[in-house]
Design a protein around this ligand. Structure first.
Ligand SMILES: [Zn+2]
Length: 316
């Protein structure tokens, strides 16, 4: 039942994206559009899903999870770091201690751009200890990774400096992201012009939620989904419960996307987004069944493209 709905939506979403891209190319060729940087590329769903498969394999080989202080976490970080290093990023592994175990953040800087205007996109990479954490938060981690790799493939030269981050120990209290923000010099905090957070973007019974924080960032995401004809709602379920919170507290403009966790989808939401009313957005939230089977491809595809759209738009 759900599969055929998803398949139709994928086809429709892909067509809309292709039309938008074609329209942009025509406008650029005719020089009739206002002077703007190139539009973000389409982020290949197959690339994002390949990262999720790798994260699943890492969890399976390491006791079924990728949690803070467990070997599956560091193996996840090493997988991402190798991809980013090979793509030309300057990577930094930041260590901290939480609950008596060593934790790690992975930071990847794309060389170039104005160092006084830094656009950051980040996701927590740790799972809970009870499962492999593929929707929470392999999905955000993989979408941000594939966007970073798309920046490299395009050899994108934005006006602003781009920085990507994967946080450790989010699930035990936003520890990694808070550690990072606390160690930034005051001047460096004010140089971050935007922090974009992606925590659960492929929920199997998805909603399309946009953080109601910085208005310009919120508009960027809403415009993207508006262009696809996908209605959005303001994110309320996870408000302040992810890694944007330390940035927001430090005065950094924040935004982000979310497809829902343990809250149930209402009848009105099912009417506009499809899926199952009365069922959780993610029935496997923080459970052992949060595997590669616990992903809605359409939601993952749309949100991955939205990540890239915002990264391109906000850094040009
Ligand atoms: Zn999460």
């Amino acid at each position: 039942m759900k599969l055929s709905v998803s398949a139709r939506a994928v086809a429709a979403g892909g067509m809309a994206t292709a039309l938008l891209l074609a329209g942009g190319a025509v406008a650029d060729a005719a020089s009739s559009a206002p002077s703007r940087a190139a539009a973000a590329p389409d982020i290949p769903l197959a690339g994002v899903k390949a990262h999720l498969s790798q994260l699943q394999s890492i969890a399976t080989a390491n006791g079924g999870n990728r949690a803070h202080g467990r070997p599956g976490y560091k193996a996840s970080l090493d997988y991402l770091k190798a991809k980013l290093d090979a793509a030309g990023y300057t990577t930094t592994v930041q260590q901290f201690t939480a609950s008596g175990r060593t934790g790690y953040n992975l930071i990847a800087d794309w060389p170039g751009g104005d160092p006084n205007q830094v656009v950051m996109a980040g996701s927590h990479l740790d799972s809970v200890s009870s499962g492999p954490g593929i929707n929470d938060n392999g999905s955000g981690s993989a979408a941000v990774l594939e966007t970073a790799l798309a920046v490299s493939r395009a050899q994108y030269k934005p006006a602003k400096h781009l920085r990507f981050a994967w946080w450790g120990a989010e699930e035990i209290g936003l520890v990694g992201s808070r550690h990072y923000v606390n160690r930034l010099a005051t001047g460096d905090r004010s140089r971050i012009s935007a922090y974009l957070n992606f925590d659960m973007v492929g929920s199997p019974n998805p909603g399309y939620f946009v953080y109601d924080d910085d208005p310009a960032i919120e508009k960027t995401f809403k415009d993207y989904f508006g262009g696809l004809g996908v209605p959005t709602e303001i994110e309320t379920e996870g408000d302040g419960r992810s890694d944007h919170a330390p940035f927001k507290s430090a005065g950094v403009p924040v935004g982000g996307l979310f497809t829902g966790a343990s809250r149930a989808k209402t009848a009105a939401q099912a009417a506009k987004w499809g899926g199952t009313a009365g069922q959780a957005f993610d029935r496997c939230y923080h459970s052992s069944c949060d595997t590669t089977a616990n992903i809605d491809d359409t939601a993952l595809n749309r949100n991955s493209d939205a990540v890239a759209h915002a990264v391109w738009e906000l850094s040009e």
